[in-house]
Design a protein around this ligand. Structure first.
Ligand code: HEC
Length: 179
């Protein structure tokens, strides 16, 4: 009996110790978990704020870029001669290298070919004042051998049968080369 009484009190002490440590453990565990949750919430809030800041910045950058493009297009449009459109300039580039065969005498980039076609990219114009209308007139009529500085004539419309609209378009393109 004596033996069993000792073991009962030992058991009681053990249960008490376990109970205390469990309570203590629980209390510590809870507060640590709560802290971790609070930290995580804070981290999520910080991340959310960073994302919305980044989105604001990106939106602002896109708006700035859009404004810059609009300004650039406006600047070109304002400078563009009466009757010239961006579409004409694009079409003229095609005529220059294609049906108009301009590139064969003036070079693919309009830089001219010695003793043949003049440089069309500099601001020195031999046969007109370099205005859009002046360029149209030169392309329509060509350049006579007497008027040509190289003695080589340029046939009217470069000797091709491109339309008057094509002449205007290619002249609009050449006008941009001189800018
Ligand atoms: C057969 C060769 C030849 C072809 C093809 C040709 N040109 Fe010319 N072009 C000339 C020559 C030569 C001149 C006169 C250059 C000079 O005076 O030194 C000239 C002059 C010009 C000028 C006047 C440049 C200035 O300084 O006033 C323009 C503009 C021009 N060409 C545009 C064109 C266009 C546009 C085409 C295509 C539709 C074209 N040319 C096709 C030979 C050519």
């Amino acid at each position: 009996m004596k033996e069993s009484r000792i073991s009962w009190s030992a058991m009681f002490a053990l249960v008490l110790a376990l109970g205390l440590s469990a309570c203590g453990g629980d209390a510590n565990g809870n507060s640590a978990a709560e802290e971790a949750v609070a930290d995580a919430k804070e981290a999520v809030a910080d991340a959310g704020e960073a994302v919305s800041d980044a989105m604001d910045d990106a939106k602002e950058a896109v708006e700035d870029a859009e404004e810059a493009v609009e300004n650039a297009v406006d600047a070109i449009k304002q400078e563009m001669p009466e009757g010239v459109t961006m579409e004409m300039i694009a079409q003229g580039k095609t005529v220059y290298a294609g049906a108009g065969i301009c590139s064969s005498c003036h070079g693919p980039a309009g830089k001219g070919i010695p003793s043949l076609g003049a440089d069309l990219t500099d601001d020195e114009w031999l046969h007109s004042d370099g205005s859009y209308e002046g360029i149209v007139k030169t392309v329509m009529e060509g350049v006579t051998a007497q008027a040509s500085s190289s003695g080589v004539p340029m046939p009217a419309k470069a000797g091709t049968n491109i339309s008057d609209d094509d002449v205007k378009a290619v002249s609009a393109y050449i006008w941009t080369l001189g800018k």
